[in-house]
Design a protein around this ligand. Structure first.
Ligand code: DGL
Length: 263
């Protein structure tokens, strides 16, 4: 069982990409509805809360967890890996950075939540993995866009907000949708930037990378280790808030305690 974690339900888009790449796998999807949104939370909260959710997922036999939530992975990815050497936590962050380098973009615009932008995670990953790569990374905070998408705001409102957020991006060669919600408005984003600016969707990139990762690490491929006890099951969906069904998906509420309960 591969775990997929997000603060909200739009990590389901990441799950769709993962399922398309790995149709035989079953997934456990946890969304932390109790504390949504993550994009305006403190680093301490995001780290502790994500760790608590990861512990819970490991306890559900997830050997491998994908952090679909960019705000969570910005603060939690590395330190947790050290605590659980036999488990793997992958995120959408690194494949997003790799895409910039692989396509040789040098004027990237990163559209992300406040928390992700403040973490400076992409500069850190870029400097560590590709120290000689020179690129201009401009960051744009789109926290309001998250709220608008959550509230199903109309296209004109979103376009107006995008025009503000994306102004002065004329020299960009790519825009990275560094938040689970932005793929939903990718066509609107394309309308406010130059037509030849490439939009990178880290959720799609990471699904593709996971396929390669599992080829290289068969020990993490839960599907390959199927026994009579654990043959492929349907996906399972869990929420931390008070909910039993969302958009036709049956969800199970779980209580996950974490040391920091505020924002
Ligand atoms: N899932 C968050 C992210 O990708 C966006 C929504 C939120 O703020 O919780 O950063």
């Amino acid at each position: 069982m591969i775990g997929v974690f997000d603060s909200g339900m739009w990590g389901l888009i990441s799950l769709e990409y993962l399922q398309a790449e790995l149709p035989q796998q079953s997934f456990l999807y946890l969304w932390d509805t109790k504390y949504l949104p993550y994009g305006n939370k403190s680093p301490e909260f995001l780290q502790e809360r994500t760790f608590a959710c990861l512990e819970w997922m490991f306890g559900q036999w997830c050997k491998l967890v994908i952090l679909a939530c960019n705000s969570a992975s910005a603060y939690a990815i590395r330190s947790r890996q050290e605590t659980y050497p036999d488990r793997k936590v992958l995120s959408v962050t690194v494949p997003g950075v790799e895409a910039i380098v692989e396509w040789d973009y040098h004027q990237a615009v990163l559209l992300a939540t406040q928390a992700t932008v403040e973490s400076d995670i992409y500069h850190k990953v870029l400097r560590r993995a590709y120290p000689s790569y020179t690129s201009q990374l401009q960051c744009r905070v789109g926290t309001d866009l998250v709220q608008m998408i959550e509230q199903w705001a109309d296209e004109q409102q979103i376009l107006q907000q995008l025009a503000i957020v994306m102004q002065w991006c004329d020299d960009a060669d790519c825009v990275i949708l560094w938040c689970t919600h932005y793929p939903l408005i990718a066509t609107l984003i394309q309308q406010v930037i130059w037509p030849d600016v490439h939009i990178i969707n880290p959720a799609r990139e990471s699904a593709h990378k996971l396929w390669y990762y599992l080829k290289k690490h068969p020990e993490m491929d839960v599907h390959n280790q199927i026994s009579w006890k654990s043959k492929r099951r349907e996906n399972q969906y869990f929420v931390t808030g008070d909910m039993t069904e969302y958009a036709g998906i049956q969800v199970t509420q779980v209580i996950i305690e974490s040391p920091i309960s505020g924002s």
